[in-house]
Design a protein around this ligand. Structure first.
Ligand code: C2E
Ligand code: CA
Ligand code: CA
Length: 594
């Protein structure tokens, strides 16, 4: 096309094609144009439709001036044919007969102007050509802009479907794919499985090696898992280190387990990087359609199952069940209420007496947390403590327990009934925080209670996750004279190695071993063994959960040092404990509250 830009319109030289079978008109109109435009327009003339098409094929014309009545052909048909073959060519139609309807139809077919030969003059004609070129140019620009925008939108839409780091589908695109899969499954009757997995310890990778290594690890995992699975299985990245996998056409949802095993193998083999060799493992949750009936519920249920797999630790994969859902809902409700519990001062402490097995006098107490929430009612510590550990709330709870317990201990000391042992339960997470022991000791000092009377209770399961850091913190406590008790001994690991490695002073034998001790030879043998071993290692033994006098007799005979349980007193309020202790102080007889 000769025509290049609107600004050039006035100056440029344009070659126009004129299709006119009347030689007289051809000379007349081309001369009119040339003269009026001061030779801006050059005009090439042809005299029939075929020549017009040939000329347009061979050369590039700025516009076509078309006689509507070329002999042998119909005007509208000519217009239609030319504008279809040359959609970018501006066309101005000249006609000898004024026909409004032909004019309208031609304009609708894309003709720029429709002029009557009878009313034409040089000015009208040149203006018409000029505007035709101008309009066509603007039309083309507009079309190009629209095409580009459409193209860009298409690219953006493609981009919006992908996760930039791994090039895998993202969450929203995965949902679209899963939606289609559900429609297919509805018809075919096959099942669908969604496997939701993340990488255990991935946070450590970022913390230790930095985010660029973290990104490399995620990319490697993405490509490994994709390659390990069948082509028709969709793998998507839905968040930080979280991926989902969609498996269709399953006869049985349990078959998804084999996919989980492939993910396990792909994720677990070590990643060799320049600076490190990293080995990770996945936690995988599985939900199936039609049991989970929508994309949202498939994702949510698989996520819940993944959380369960992570909590259980002994297995890398977990299938979603209804019970899991209600457990999860309850956990969420507790998590939501915990901050309000603190601000509303809904937490309180109960104190359970600990007695000396020989004298049967109260020599200590264990502080146990209680929570009555205005929405959930009474929530037992076994439920809310692990959830409080997810957040920083556990720090505030421990601090609360420590301060309240020490204030009570101070009161006992001033009232001549001092306790030699104030036991505080401490959660695992707090041992990961290096400032924890410092803060704990600070608070204890502020309350002016001898540090050697304070005993920290923690379970083995908690220590095991981070044994080195735990050891350092425990040493710090110990160096200030505090005592460390290993709680719930006899359940879970009960490792002798831990007893050797860690600075433990006290072993608390779990209730499950004490229960029916006098009738259960195995429990008796185990308890006797633990007491014997602990004493040889210079440790004190406390037996928990004593409910019957027979258990007291057996344990005393075995030489267990301290006893704790409903037999001596349930966890009680400070007022009740004060009354119990003052009664003990004022009497010489050993105390028991059967
Ligand atoms: P734990 O430290 O093993 O506490 C002993 C639990 O056994 C207490 O349950 C106590 O009420 C119960 N118990 C004591 N004697 C008997 C008995 O003779 N028979 C029976 N059936 N049960 C007895 P509780 O108070 O529900 O606490 C449960 C767990 O919650 C505690 O187990 C401890 O792990 C945790 N917990 C409680 N308070 C706190 C706290 O302030 N901080 C932390 N981190 N954990 C706490
Ligand atoms: Ca305890
Ligand atoms: Ca215990």
């Amino acid at each position: 096309m000769h025509y290049t830009s609107s600004a050039d319109n006035d100056k440029q030289h344009h070659t126009l094609l004129m299709a006119e079978d009347d030689p007289h008109d051809a000379v007349l109109f081309s001369t009119m144009l040339k003269q009026a435009s001061h030779c801006e327009y050059d005009v090439v003339c042809v005299n029939n439709m075929q020549n017009t098409l040939d000329a347009l094929q061979k050369n590039d014309y700025a516009a076509l001036i078309l006689d509507f009545n070329l002999s042998g052909t119909t005007g509208l048909e000519n217009v239609r044919q030319i504008s279809t073959q040359h959609p970018d060519l501006p066309i101005v139609v000249l006609t000898g007969v004024d026909d409004e309807s032909c004019a309208m139809e031609s304009l609708q077919l894309g003709v720029q102007d429709f002029l009557s030969k009878n009313r034409i003059n040089a000015e009208i004609f040149t203006r018409s050509i000029k505007y035709a070129l101008e309009r066509k140019y603007i039309e083309q620009q507009l079309k190009r802009a629209l095409d580009e925008a459409a193209n860009r939108n298409l690219q953006l839409r493609e981009l919006a479907k992908k996760d930039i780091l791994t090039n895998l589908p993202n969450r929203s695109y995965f949902s679209e794919i899963a939606e289609c899969a559900i429609s297919r499954a509805e018809k075919s009757g096959y099942k669908i499985a969604v496997l939701y997995f993340d990488l255990n310890q991935f946070k450590n990778v970022n913390d230790t090696y930095g985010h660029s290594v973290g990104d490399q690890v995620l990319q490697t995992m993405a490509s490994r898992v994709t390659q390990a699975l069948r082509k028709d299985i969709v793998v998507a990245r839905v968040g930080g280190d979280e991926f989902v996998v969609l498996v269709e056409q399953l006869e049985d949802g349990a078959l998804a387990y084999s996919v989980a095993k492939k993910i396990l193998a792909a994720v677990s083999s070590p990643i060799m990087l320049d600076r490190a060799c990293i080995t990770l493992s996945p936690s995988i949750g599985i939900a199936t359609y039609p049991e989970s009936e929508s994309v949202d519920s498939l994702l949510r249920h698989a996520y819940i199952a993944k959380t369960e797999a992570k909590d259980k630790k002994d297995h890398f994969v977990h299938f979603y069940t209804k019970q899991l859902e209600s457990l999860y809902q309850r956990q969420l409700a507790i998590e939501k209420q915990l901050p309000a519990g603190l601000t509303q001062k809904e937490f309180s402490l109960r104190f359970q007496p600990i007695v000396d097995s020989q004298s049967q006098r109260v020599i200590g107490m264990e502080s146990l947390m209680r929570w009555h929430n205005r929405v959930l009612g009474h929530v037992p510590p076994n439920e809310f403590i692990p959830i409080a550990e997810w957040s920083d709330i556990i720090h505030q709870l421990t601090e609360f327990a420590l301060v309240e317990s020490l204030m009570l201990a101070k009161q006992f000391a001033t009232e001549a009934m001092p306790l030699e042992k104030i036991a505080i339960n401490v959660a695992a997470k707090q041992f990961c925080d290096n400032s924890f022991s410092k803060r704990f000791i600070e608070i204890a000092r502020e309350q002016n209670v001898p540090l050697s009377n304070i005993c920290i209770e923690l379970t083995e399961g908690q220590i095991i996750n981070n044994i080195n850091q735990c050891r350092a913190q425990l040493e710090a406590f110990k160096s200030h004279g505090m005592k460390i008790a290993l709680d719930d001994y006899g359940t879970g690991f009960s490792s002798i190695t831990h007893l050797k490695q860690l600075p433990i002073d006290i072993i608390k034998i779990d209730r499950s071993l004490i229960d029916g001790l006098d009738n259960e030879p195995k429990n008796l043998a185990l308890t006797a063994g633990i007491i014997e071993m602990a004493h040889r290692m210079n440790m004190t033994v406390v037996a928990e959960g004593i409910e019957r006098p027979e258990e007291v007799t057996v344990l005393s005979d075995l030489g267990c040092d301290h006893l704790q349980g409903y037999f001596f007193g349930k966890p009680m309020t400070d007022v009740e404990l004060v009354s119990m202790l003052s009664h003990q102080r004022d009497t010489t007889c050993p105390q028991s509250n059967t």
